[in-house]
Design a protein around this ligand. Structure first.
Ligand SMILES: NC(=O)c1ccc[n+]([C@@H]2O[C@H](COP(=O)([O-])OP(=O)(O)OC[C@H]3O[C@@H](n4cnc5c(N)ncnc54)[C@H](OP(=O)(O)O)[C@@H]3O)[C@@H](O)[C@H]2O)c1
Length: 390
């Protein structure tokens, strides 16, 4: 029996994980759930999964949840704020990092420092503070298992299952569906709506990652994530457009072999893999029907229409706090687009401008990363307010 703490429980990753926990009550016990503001969602999860601890990052939401639980005589402890998130990260043997954005970094670092088994979906944490987080994993004796589908696929294609590629690995190939605007020109992207941009062709995900998929920033963040997880340089991590999202990524070996992991586009597959690793369990995902699929297509990404991918490679090459700046500016720009305050192509403009204007420093402590994050958010916010290309 493994105890589970699920950070981002009310989100897409959180709910997929809870579906798996409910399918395997003999293996997993949910002891802590954490979210930000969705009191109704959290209340429903508390009724169903009866954790010992429920955390809301938002103070007001925590108060409302505590009152609602009392009214239903549910004896579940409620905690709040950053301290509550860190408490949730310490409450179980396995921590599922499913918070969206850099907000997930402090609890993931806490889980790493206390030697947890961490199932990482929260790629922004690794993008902002890759060296720091990997060092904390090593120092704390934690086990970091990627559940981002591409990185989980690579993990599955590496020989020792511990994520460090042997000398014979030539390149990693991250596949990308291309999002809802695959094949569109820069001109066509000028007037796209939020509804069009969140409508991912293959995956059902939260709004932020859906927009990141549409701009290809998601793949850029994943390149940085892969660099930290697998220790390969930027030029050994390549991106391949694969519209069917059937091959979730590949490892290319020196002898010319390519190993790939295939499956239906259902996040329960990588999450089930990491939950049970090194064993295998049923995930409930639809079984892949290769004959019905009939073909798999591949193409180079278009970095003219989708410059975010190039910006992410440049931030990885620049190192230091550049990836944290990239991530923070992107979070601000995506939120502004979702709120109707920024045009779709201006997301890349805000990120680029923020990277150009902010000086870089070393990202050697959580405080330094959080300070950079705050500075980049403030600048990106001003750029949005001034209507950079709005
Ligand atoms: N969805 C996928 O299929 C998928 C695939 C690969 C990787 N990922 C990664 O997984 C992460 C989560 O994505 P998602 O699609 O599941 O997002 P989502 O559906 O939007 O859910 C986000 C979750 O994070 C919580 N949250 C947001 N801000 C928070 C804060 N400041 N403190 C505590 N909790 C906070 C939300 O709580 P409230 O509901 O209360 O706001 C919610 O539970 C992202 O990093 C994403 O890139 C997702």
């Amino acid at each position: 029996m493994r105890t589970l703490s699920i950070l981002g429980a009310t989100g897409s990753i959180g709910r997929s994980t809870l579906d798996l926990a409910a399918r395997h009550p003999d293996r997993f016990e949910v002891v802590a759930l954490a979210a930000a503001r969705d009191v109704e969602g959290m209340l429903g999860l508390c009724r169903r999964h009866r954790p010992a601890l429920a955390v809301m990052a938002d103070e007001g939401a925590a108060g409302a949840l505590a009152a609602a639980l009392r009214a239903e005589s549910l004896a579940i402890e409620v905690a709040r704020g950053d301290a509550g998130l860190v408490a949730a990260a310490s409450a179980a043997e396995t921590v599922v990092a499913g918070i969206v954005g850099a907000a997930g970094l402090p609890p993931v670092l806490a889980a790493a420092a206390s030697g947890k088994r961490i199932l990482l979906a929260n790629k922004e944490a690794l993008v902002c503070a890759g060296e720091l987080l990997m060092a904390a994993v090593r120092a704390g004796g934690a086990t970091l298992l990627p559940i981002d589908s591409e990185h989980n696929a690579i993990f599955q294609c590496l020989p020792d299952g511990h994520g460090r590629p042997p000398a014979g690995v030539r390149r990693l190939w991250l596949t990308a569906s291309g999002g809802p605007f695959r094949g569109w020109s820069a001109g066509q992207l000028e007037g796209v709506s939020v509804e069009q941009a969140v409508a991912h062709p293959n995956w059902r995900m939260g709004p932020k990652i859906s927009i990141d998929s549409a701009t290809l920033m998601n793949k850029g963040l994943e390149v940085i994530e892969a660099h930290h997880l697998f220790g390969l340089p930027a030029d050994a991590i390549r991106v391949l457009i694969h519209p069917q999202s059937t091959i979730h990524s590949l490892v290319e070996y020196a002898d010319g072999s390519f190993l790939a992991q295939l499956g239906s586009a259902d996040m329960r597959i990588p999450i089930a893999h990491a939950l049970a690793w090194p064993e295998r369990i049923e995930s409930g995902a639809p079984v892949l029907d290769l004959a019905a699929l009939a073909r798999l297509d591949f193409a180079e990404p278009d970095t003219v229409a989708f410059p975010c991918l190039k910006l992410a490679y440049a931030a990885l090459e620049a190192g230091r706090t550049a990836p944290a700046v990239l991530n923070a500016a992107n979070e601000v720009a995506v939120a502004a687009f979702l709120n109707g305050r920024l045009r779709f192509p201006a997301i890349a403009d805000v990120v680029n401008e923020t990277l150009q204007r902010l000086g870089l420093s070393s990202a050697t402590s959580l405080e330094a990363v959080l300070a950079t994050d705050a500075e980049a958010r403030a600048l990106a916010g001003r750029l949005v307010d001034r209507g950079i290309a709005a």
